[in-house]
Design a protein around this ligand. Structure first.
Ligand SMILES: Nc1nc2c(ncn2[C@@H]2O[C@H](COP(=O)(O)OP(=O)(O)O)[C@@H](O)[C@H]2O)c(=O)[nH]1
Ligand SMILES: [Mg+2]
Length: 323
């Protein structure tokens, strides 16, 4: 491995069953599609094993390997975007990375345990999975619980509430209520703000879009408001000014030609493995990488004596997005 590889740490957060592991599979597939579609760049993804001869991780169908249920799992992938023609490497700044994914299982992936807090602190990107298809409504859960226990407010006592928050117990598996999502996200935002982690990118991945996207022609922020409610929206608005937050609808399985989900829920597999086109699986990671690369160029630009950096920033070529 060359020393020029920069390590990018990516934490996957979200309740069990929200689509984290499938997303990783679909990202590998999306990179393969980018490589096919982009005329100016080659894209490579390799499993990093410490030796020079790691195998390309182009997968044309979902891999069993990334469907293991015992966790936590770490994946170490080398990623490269390489100019094909005469495009100067300087224009894209760094384009070789070690992507280090932390994929936790169970609802421990929702908690800011000591271990996960440490990863958040070191991370460049948090992928937070929200699965609208498995939301249970607040009311249904409230019926089983004392109303007070679930009531969400923005008071300081939220930490106490979190501690006694049984449904997010690491052994308990999804699904969550909108309130539970909101509580978890608020915890995360507070932690990030308190630690001044303003360079951390937070991507909300609203998963399984093949199941709901057709029903909403609204902006994704409105869709999320619809699913998670006003408390979540207020939270987002409050933190959007100071944190790097973006919302991405995502489908790891994509659609078939007739516009239905390319997914067989009985076999838990693609309906047609030959037409696997994930939706927006490259987007959140490319969003973070672009921002990181632009920031490096901007920093060079501000250092006097680094000629042409301003021009390079203007000439910066964003990553390809899938059709
Ligand atoms: N329809 C649909 N189902 C999905 C998608 N992603 C994952 N699933 C299903 O959701 C379930 C949980 O996915 P998984 O990736 O294992 O979730 P994790 O526990 O967060 O890692 C599995 O049964 C998947 O088949 C998607 O994009 N669309
Ligand atoms: Mg998983």
């Amino acid at each position: 491995m060359s020393n020029e590889n920069e390590e990018i740490k990516i934490l996957l957060m979200g309740p069990s069953g929200s689509g984290k592991t499938w997303y990783l599979n679909s990202f590998a597939r999306a990179i393969e599609c980018c490589d096919e579609q982009d005329e100016d760049f080659e894209y490579q993804l390799r499993e990093f094993s410490g030796d020079a001869q790691s195998q390309p991780l182009f997968i044309s169908k979902p891999s069993e390997k990334y469907n293991s249920v015992d966790g936590p799992n770490d994946y170490y992938w080398e990623f490269e975007r390489k100019p094909k023609n005469n495009i100067s490497r300087a224009k894209i700044n760094c384009s070789r990375y070690l992507l280090y994914f932390f994929d936790y299982t169970g609802n421990s992936a929702m908690q800011l345990s000591e271990e996960i807090s440490a990863i958040v602190q070191a991370a460049h990107l948090v992928l937070f999975f929200i699965d609208p298809t498995s939301l249970v409504n607040n009311q249904t859960k409230n019926e089983e619980k004392n109303q007070d226990e679930w009531d969400f407010d923005f008071s300081d006592s939220i930490d106490e509430k979190w501690k006694s928050h049984k449904p997010c117990d690491s052994k308990k598996q999804g699904p969550l209520t909108p309130k539970e999502y909101t509580v978890a996200i608020k915890k995360l935002f507070e932690f990030i703000s308190r630690r001044n982690l303003e360079n951390l990118h937070i991507a909300f991945i609203v998963s399984k879009a093949d199941q709901w996207l057709q029903n909403y022609d609204k902006k994704i922020a409105d869709v999320l408001l619809h699913f998670l409610g006003e408390d979540f929206q207020a939270l987002l608005i409050a933190y959007q000014k100071n944190l790097k937050i973006k919302i991405f609808p995502n489908s790891s399985v994509g659609f078939t030609d007739d516009g239905t989900a390319n997914f067989n829920s009985e076999s838990n597999a693609l309906l047609d493995p030959n037409i696997w086109n994930p939706v927006h699986s490259e987007d959140p990671i490319f969003w973070a990488l672009e921002d990181i690369e632009r920031n490096v160029l901007a920093r060079k630009n501000s250092i006097s004596g680094w000629l042409f950096a301003d021009q390079l920033l203007r000439d910066y070529i964003p990553y390809h997005r899938l059709d």
